[in-house]
Ligand binder design. Structure first.
Ligand code: SAH
Length: 216
């Protein structure tokens, strides 16, 4: 495994120079073995700072985006976090090391199963795996201190906002099907407070409060 250590260090210095400041987030990315979540086909590109294809036309997010979204959640270690879009499980691995519990939901069973195997093999025991439409959240374990949506939504799903604790934060890419704005939504007693972070590109969030599925 020493084979990837240097590459991981180089990636962390790139993330620093791109503006990631949270030392806890950097430390976690510095020890999370991304190679365990990437298809062997793309092994040589594991530590490039870019997204990579996974099954079902989906992607493992770019490390910079994983770091930025995690930083935006301002986790302190005791939170319950809901993740929409398990995908490869890489983002879940990062979150699991920074909070008390992660509930992650995926619509493709095979992606969820592969991610679960990788995450268990990496020793993560504080992740619950759910299958289904995450646009309506996971009511059973709500409310959450933080919610992270790792697919592009046309707008903030109302169900997700409802499942956020008061003062809780959600990070979500919203906008068109091709380009979006990464937003941080804070739940306040007076209503949502929304901050735009940057432009971004994610695969579509498909479901009742997301985009419609046209894949047949
Ligand atoms: N967090 C992932 C990113 C995967 S890409 C990672 O680190 O690898 C986004 C994922 O969201 C895809 O796997 C896609 O299938 C999933 N997705 C899209 N719409 C969804 C929905 N309504 N509910 C749950 N998962 C969804």
């Amino acid at each position: 495994m020493a084979k990837f250590e240097q590459a991981r260090e180089t990636l962390i210095s790139q993330l620093r120079s791109k503006g990631i400041r949270d030392e806890r987030v950097l430390a976690v990315l510095g020890r999370t073995r991304r190679e365990r979540f990437v298809s062997p086909k793309f092994e040589v590109r594991t530590y490039e700072d870019g997204p990579l294809p996974i099954e079902h036309g989906q992607t493992i997010s770019q490390p910079y985006m994983v770091a930025l979204m995690t930083e935006c959640l301002e986790l302190t270690g005791d939170e319950s976090v809901l993740e929409i879009g398990t995908g490869s499980g890489y983002q879940s691995a990062v979150l699991a090391q920074l909070c008390r519990e992660v509930v992650t939901i995926e619509r493709f069973e095979s992606l969820s199963a592969t991610a679960r195997d990788a995450l268990r093999a990496e020793g993560h025991r504080n992740i619950r795996f759910e299958l289904g439409d995450g646009t309506i959240g996971v009511r059973e374990f709500a409310p959450y201190d933080a919610i992270i949506v790792t697919a592009a939504a046309p707008r903030v799903p109302e169900s997700l906002y409802q499942q956020l604790k008061l003062t809780g934060r959600m990070v979500i890419p919203t906008g068109g099907a091709d380009v979006q704005t990464l937003q941080v939504v804070e739940k306040r007693s007076a209503g949502p407070s929304i901050r735009d972070i940057c432009g971004c590109r994610f695969v579509k969030l498909i479901g009742a409060e997301g985009w419609q599925d046209h894949s047949g």
